[in-house]
Design a protein around this ligand. Structure first.
Ligand SMILES: CC(=O)N[C@H]1[C@@H](OP(=O)(O)O)O[C@H](CO)[C@@H](O)[C@@H]1O
Length: 455
């Protein structure tokens, strides 16, 4: 341990992070070992390089890059026949085993006040299903109809990996064939305080924060899963955030639209509900597809309206994308930029006491998935109805909360049932939830199914 301690001291003094060993001498041996291991694992030169390369998004910067609004294909503009043809193309790809799904699930439910991996959260539907279970069952529905299991890639973080895997084990993978369920971990990086010092979680522990969803391309490569995807002959990977209760995982219509579009990248979008809605905006930057995140959208851009009163930058990012495998390879090799997020992170202060801050006190380094978008020249954008596909679970209460997601889900199921011929008076006093194993998007609600539901 002596040699390691000397080595650690030398590195830390080179990078001005000596405070990490401030409590070292007072720690028990086991803690000493743990801390030394962490200190020696960090790549300080890389951390400095990341920090040095961060370019904040500014209004002037955006103007200089020729930011322009983006439009997309709207489902409503399609005829029944066009829609059927596009969907059939998607089904062909699913049947040929060319489509996989990837969920970025490295986050904890901290904004929800929930101490566990976000995907394990139960939004309070009558069935009590977790977000993961809803997603698994949608994939099972499509896999059954395609006659081919859609492989499911689950990105966790060092913070929640074990708990996530345990949850899947305990739930027997929700009936999903476990060999097609592949877990891999994103990277975690130290957080820095306002003076650039690495923040500590405890006297013997450095805070390592997940490096953002944009690490998924590099993480797929590191884990060997990208090579495996190629061997399997995958062509498209459906990417989504773990927190959308209505996500149509691997939607055949979207797959067909992406294939027909002929670009390496496709995104679903919704019209923003109001200028301040907390969604990124899909747009063009410097002639390339991009997303400007809601945290950095300049006021003027956010509020700009056209003559008819519509938001000019109104294409909300719903975090549902399709990446073609050649695009993933390119993104995995690109050094995607990092952003710096100012967050309130519990830590220990100078004299060793624990601090739970009520305002941002430290910076986390994150790569965003859409920072890879400019690697493509063109993009296929499909505008979808938010009531049918977008019920994000972000906050404990109010907008984008478990309550709104639950209401949206039940309202959609009610709409499906009415369309299938259920009597309105029977639904008036009941909330009926439809299992994704029975219906993926409102189809298959036969009179027999309605009868079995007592409708
Ligand atoms: C970095 C990132 O992926 N940001 C996404 C993501 O936001 P979060 O607030 O980070 O969950 O999901 C939003 C949709 O739910 C999307 O609009 C936004 O652009």
């Amino acid at each position: 341990m002596e040699g390691q301690l000397e080595q650690a001291k030398a590195i830390l003094s080179q990078y001005g992070q000596e405070h990490l060993l401030r409590y070292y001498d007072t720690l028990p041996d086991e803690s000493k070992r743990k801390l030394l291991k962490q200190v020696l694992q960090i790549d300080y030169a890389r951390l400095n390089a990341i920090r040095g390369a961060i370019k904040p998004v500014t209004e002037e910067g955006l103007a200089g890059e020729h930011m322009a609004p983006m439009d997309g294909l709207s489902l409503e503009e399609l005829t029944q026949e066009q829609r059927r043809n596009i969907e059939e193309l998607g089904w062909t790809l699913l049947r040929e085993g060319k489509v996989g799904a990837i969920v970025v699930a490295g986050g904890q439910g901290s904004r929800l006040g929930y101490d566990g991996p976000k995907g394990t959260y139960d939004i309070g539907l009558p069935s009590g299903k977790s977000l993961f279970q809803l997603q698994a069952e949608r994939l099972l529905n499509l896999s059954g109809r395609a006659g081919r299991t859609i492989p499911w890639y689950i990105m966790t973080s060092p913070e929640n990996h074990e708990e996530t895997v345990r949850f899947f084990e305990a739930s027997r993978y929700f009936g999903f064939p476990r060999e097609h369920c592949r877990f891999f971990q994103q990277e975690a990086l130290p957080a820095l305080d306002e003076e650039g010092k690495i923040v500590m979680a405890a006297q013997d522990e450095i805070i390592l924060a997940p490096s953002g969803n944009g690490d998924c391309f590099a993480a797929l490569k590191r884990s060997g899963l990208l090579a495996e995807m190629k061997l399997r002959g995958l062509r498209w990977l459906f990417y989504y955030n773990v927190d959308n209760a209505l996500v149509r995982v691997a939607d055949p219509l979207f797959v067909g639209a992406a294939e027909r579009g002929g670009h390496p990248l496709a995104a679903k979008a919704v019209e923003k509900s109001h200028p301040g809605e907390k969604v990124g905006i899909l747009c063009w930057r410097g002639g390339h597809p991009a997303v400007v995140e809601y945290t950095v959208i300049p006021e003027r851009v956010m509020n700009e309206r056209d003559r008819s009163g519509k938001l000019v930058y109104g294409m909300g990012n719903v975090s549902m994308q399709l990446f073609r495998i050649d695009f993933i390879e390119k993104a995995a090799d690109a050094e995607l930029p990092f952003d710096m997020a100012h967050k309130a992170i519990p830590c220990i202060g100078g004299d060793g006491e624990r601090i739970v801050p009520d305002r941002p006190n430290a910076y986390k380094f994150e790569r965003f998935i859409f920072d890879a978008f400019p690697l493509a020249d063109r993009i296929t954008v499909l505008k979808v109805n938010r009531e049918e596909e977008f019920a994000p679970v972000k906050n404990k209460e109010g907008a984008d909360s478990p309550a709104t997601a639950r209401e949206l889900t039940l309202a959609l199921h009610r709409k499906w049932l009415l369309r299938a011929g259920a009597a309105e008076e029977l639904l008036a006093s009941r909330s009926v939830e439809i299992s994704p194993l029975v219906s993926y998007a409102g189809e298959g609600l036969t009179p027999q199914v309605l009868r079995s539901l007592g409708l």
